[in-house]
Design a protein around this ligand. Structure first.
Ligand code: FAD
Length: 401
């Protein structure tokens, strides 16, 4: 069997690459290899609207099954790729089958960090429809939940659990929530908001053991014990790049690609969470775990295959929904050297604006869509807006574009 374009991974980046190619009238054969039993679907609602019942399972899918048939995109479901022979341009599936390609795209996403040795019904890791269905059922049937990890996924689950009236406790090793992903200002605000809603936080101590014999028990390294009905673990992910590494493709915290998403191997591209991309804007490599990045890299890969290579122009952005808070972040705030706040935290509508070397670098917005949209533009265009100007809510940000 041979395909002109073969894609490993049927998530956001893999499916978007195939869909883009057909939109651009690519006429070659295309196949997606996915280990999942479902056609490609979006993951963000799995920790949000799907859990609360606002989004039904059928709405998660990017396209209907019929779309793939009609557009001649072969989808190999329940098929795990276990090897790539780059010189022979073929992929080996777990069941032994070999598939040849002209161009290969690795879009294997990320792998969950695990802190428990075995799968257990009462311990939920959240990255697939199957896990989300299990979690939804548990939320509906139980009275208390322990959440390990105070990152976005843990906090989104906490918000849903609280809305469903469960006793909700969040355990986090760091001394504050969202250590990796948000500034102190935003993290403090969100923590206070959760506490007002009744969520309890246990920060600064590590979960030592989780047992589920007889009853579920979380034991912390400082001796504290908690007995929730079940546990959700959201302690981050890492790049799913083993298959690339074993094939001899250059990897370092992700598959290393150039600006057109080409790997160190001719005819092999990579996109999405599994990629470490060089951003000339930042002068550094970044591995991003967000929908925008997967979509943008899928666009880059399909453009390269269509013979019109392009590079990444947009800045990274991300969103999270917790209660009635819409949190939107544009740009990278990690190494900013100065920040100001636009708007009033008491109104639950404000933005933290990060500067580096006097240039706007990132905006973290809470219920402040306008500052998010315009701030994103200002960062993209390297506007000369000053901290004083952006802090003043009378300033029309359009004037600084
Ligand atoms: C619960 C949850 C909530 C999220 N919320 C947000 C959000 O609010 N905003 C946001 O921007 N991002 C969010 N994300 C992150 C976002 O979903 C990911 O960044 C995005 O899906 C990355 O796309 P991807 O194609 O790289 O990987 P994925 O979408 O993860 O797809 C990778 C696919 O490859 C498959 N695969 C891996 N290895 C193999 C193999 N060897 N053979 C066959 N198949 C393989 C995997 O099973 C998976 O289906 C969330 C993620 C999760 C899990």
């Amino acid at each position: 069997m041979m395909f002109d374009v073969l894609i490993i991974g049927g998530g956001q980046a893999g499916s978007m690459t195939a869909i883009n190619l057909r939109k651009q009238k690519y006429e070659g054969s295309i196949a997606i290899i996915t280990e999942e039993r479902h056609h490609p679907y979006q993951r963000p609602p799995l920790s949000k609207g799907f859990l609360s019942g606002h989004i039904k399972q059928e709405s998660l899918f990017f396209k209907s099954e019929h779309y793939y048939e009609k557009n001649n995109i072969k989808v190999f479901l329940k098929s795990r790729a276990v090897g790539i022979e780059a010189k022979k341009q073929k992929v080996i599936l777990e069941r032994g089958e070999e598939i040849k390609y002209k161009k290969l795209i690795i879009a294997t996403g990320s792998k969950l960090n695990k802190i428990t040795p075995e799968e257990d019904e009462k311990i939920v890791y959240l990255n697939s429809i199957a896990n989300a269905v299990n979690l939804k059922k548990r939320l509906e049937e139980h009275k208390s939940i322990g959440i390990v990890g105070a990152g976005y996924i843990g906090l989104e689950v906490a918000a849903t659990a609280k809305k469903m009236d469960l006793k909700t406790t969040v355990f986090e090793t760091e001394k504050r929530i969202m250590q990796r992903s948000a500034s102190d200002e935003i993290a403090n605000f969100i923590k206070n908001y959760h506490e007002k809603m009744g969520v309890e936080f246990k920060l600064g101590s590590r979960v030592q053991k989780i047992s589920t014999e007889n009853k579920t028990r979380i034991i912390l390294d400082d001796g504290q014990v908690s007995d929730p009905d079940f546990v959700v673990i959201g302690v981050g992910v890492h790049a799913a790049c083993d298959i690339a590494q074993e094939a001899g493709i250059d990897c370092n915290n992700g598959i290393l690609v150039d600006e057109t998403c080409l790997t160190s191997e001719e005819n092999i591209y990579a996109a999405g969470d599994c990629v470490s991309y060089y951003f000339s804007r930042y002068g550094s490599r970044q591995r991003l775990e967000c929908v925008q990045n997967a979509i943008d890299q899928a666009t880059i890969v399909s453009a390269a295959i269509m013979g019109e290579p392009t590079a990444y122009k947009s800045i990274p952005w991300f969103w999270s929904d917790q209660y009635d808070l819409k949190i939107q972040i544009a740009g990278l705030s990690q190494d900013s050297d100065f920040l100001v706040t636009r708007g009033n935290k008491n109104d639950c509508k404000f933005s933290v604006c990060h500067f580096k070397n006097n240039k706007l670098r990132a905006v973290e917005c809470v219920n402040d869509q306008k500052t998010f949209m315009l701030g994103k533009k200002l960062i993209e265009t390297e506007s000369k807006i000053t901290p004083e100007a952006i802090e003043n809510i009378q300033t029309n940000l359009r004037d600084w574009k």
